[in-house]
Design a protein around this ligand. Structure first.
Ligand code: HEM
Ligand SMILES: *[C@@H]1O[C@H](CO)[C@@H](O)[C@H](O)[C@H]1NC(C)=O
Length: 496
């Protein structure tokens, strides 16, 4: 094919040479004029800074580039680059060029962009499609995914949240029975296990929750193994053991969902829950979701909410354990808002737990679970006077935006009361973006707040927490979501 084109080119060239002298001269003049014009335009554009690429951080390591330094401490790396190069800069890692947009103003480019210009599927689909399956999220054109997100939103309403609070409180109390009266335990592990149960109760329905045992939990873990650096870097058809496990787990979990959907349909029972919302949902053209789409959406929701909520809840626990005064204020708030007797939680009271809410908000500032959002530049993009070329992976980091020196006072201090006062970042639209912004914004924010506030209300009522010998976990950077390193906490049952 390419051989054929090449030969055609040679033939055309040959014919041109045999034209008469006049037309050759004419052609030459044309070419010269065109070249002159183009270079003039280019020069002018250059003077206006339009064609200037963002500063590129040099590296002496071929291919890998900055992967090692970035992998060791991404936040430090990005903050240093910000000080040295400003809000927009590029660097290379494992053969790919990343361009970061740091700070609220630069981040606006990503959040205001169209998906056709800065594209999410191009960077995410390779990881998500084998895990969620075909027909959902980044496997479909974005307008379809936007319709799917609208269905999620319909299903996550206040009436449902009222039920969710009860389900989550019950799951939490039951799970933490095994912790007994006191000791030292891995908080992150416990919260990860608990949140699979709560999310499944709330989002999947009782049929699926009923089937969730240790074997199924292992399937989720295998599926989750799909979100690895290997899956991101290597072709997905490679026969790696982790890929095979992922694919097998995907098939098994889909089967569980198919059975649950079938059971619900056959029973003729109409339960008012999230699964029912998806079973009843239709696209704008009237087509209902098929079982494969429903199952894919259920997997996607569980995993989207799982790591984000479990790491956030774990970090929140350590911030509360570190500041005992704050922890006691939160406990006092439980009594003040809900009553001295601490009756079962309800959604309306949950809304009034404002100190707890600020603690969560501040945890999401200092430890946002999604440290980088990424897009592929499909068209050239302008930011801070630079032109980002097609093919760059354009990134925004909530973690960095949430602690920029110019935007936040006492930026690394955990201070939930900062939101009671005007903070410098208040006027900046994208200084605080733990849930993203724009067309890809999270639809799970309200559910996450309900879930995490319910879990922590329950835990604060049950135990007092403290750091083990003053150890506050450092950040474990080994996965894409930054978890607490060695997350063991000390606890003792409260005496009423
Ligand atoms: C603390 C909890 C959570 C945090 C911090 C969080 C964070 C985020 C962020 C930063 C994005 C934007 C990603 C991007 O622009 O590339 C996002 C998108 C999304 N999240 Fe969440 N999330 C959380 C919980 C949840 C939960 C519980 C669900 C589902 C029930 C969920 C479902 C989604 C969905 C469907 C999207 C849309 C992705 C897109 O349109 O491209 N999230 N989330
Ligand atoms: C760090 O994270 C990895 C991946 O989740 C995990 O295997 C490892 O045990 C963690 N390390 C510590 C000390 O928490």
């Amino acid at each position: 094919m390419s051989m054929h084109l090449y030969q055609m080119g040679v033939k055309v060239l040959g014919e041109t040479v045999h034209q008469n002298l006049t037309s050759v001269l004419l052609a030459a003049t044309c070419v010269t004029l065109t070249v002159a014009y183009v270079s003039k335009v280019l020069l002018r554009a250059g003077a206006r800074g339009e064609e200037k690429a963002p500063p590129h951080i040099p590296s002496s390591i071929p291919f890998l580039g900055h992967a090692v330094a970035f992998g060791k401490s991404p936040i430090e790396f990005l903050e240093k680059a910000y000080d040295q190069y400003g809000p927009v800069f590029s660097f290379t890692m494992v053969g790919k060029t990343f361009t970061y947009l740091l700070g609220s103003d630069a981040a606006a480019l990503m959040f205001n962009s169209k998906n056709e210009d800065l594209n999410a599927e191009d960077v995410y689909s390779k990881l998500t499609t084998p895990v969620f399956g075909k027909g959902v999220a980044y496997d479909v054109p974005n307008p379809i995914f936007l319709e799917q997100k609208k269905m999620f939103k319909t299903g996550l309403n206040v009436a449902r949240f009222r039920e969710h609070v009860k389900l989550i409180e019950a799951e939490t109390a039951a799970y933490f029975q095994r912790w007994g009266d006191g000791g030292e335990r891995n908080l992150f592990e416990a919260l990860s296990e608990l949140i699979i149960l709560t999310a499944s109760s709330c989002l999947h329905g009782k049929e699926v929750r009923g089937m969730l045992d240790e074997r199924v939990a292992q399937l989720y873990a295998d599926l989750d193994g799909g979100f690895s650096h290997a899956a991101w870097l290597l072709p997905s058809w490679l026969p790696l053991p982790s890929f095979r496990k992922r694919d097998r787990a995907h098939r098994e979990i889909k089967k569980i969902f198919f059975r649950a959907i079938e059971k619900r349909r056959k029973s003729g029972e109409r339960v008012d829950d999230f699964l029912q919302t998806l079973m009843d949902a239709t696209y704008k053209d009237g087509r209902p979701l098929d079982d494969n789409e429903i199952a894919g959406m259920l997997i996607g929701l569980l995993l989207a909410g799982q790591h984000t909520s479990s790491t956030t809840s774990a970090w929140m626990g350590f911030f509360l354990a570190k500041d005992r005064t704050l922890q006691e204020r939160c406990y006092a708030e439980q009594k003040a808002v809900c009553g001295e007797e601490l009756p079962p939680l309800d959604f309306d009271q949950l809304k009034d737990l404002s100190l707890l809410e600020r603690c969560l908000k501040e945890t999401l500032r200092l430890r946002p679970p999604i440290m980088t959002m990424m897009r592929m530049a499909r068209t050239p993009q302008t930011a801070a006077g630079f032109t980002i070329p097609v093919g760059h992976q354009v990134c925004v980091s909530p973690t960095v935006n949430h602690r920029l020196r110019d935007a936040w006072a006492k930026r690394t201090e955990f201070n939930p009361d900062r939101y009671l006062h005007d903070n410098p970042a208040a006027g900046e639209k994208f200084a605080y973006v733990p849930f993203g912004a724009g067309r890809h914004r999270c639809i799970g924010e309200n559910f996450a707040y309900v879930q995490i506030k319910t879990i922590w209300s329950t835990l604060l009522r049950t135990y007092e927490f403290e750091l083990v010998d003053g150890y506050f976990p450092s950040i474990n950077y080994s996965t894409m979501i930054h978890t607490p390193h060695n997350p063991v906490i000390r606890y003792r049952r409260r005496t009423p």
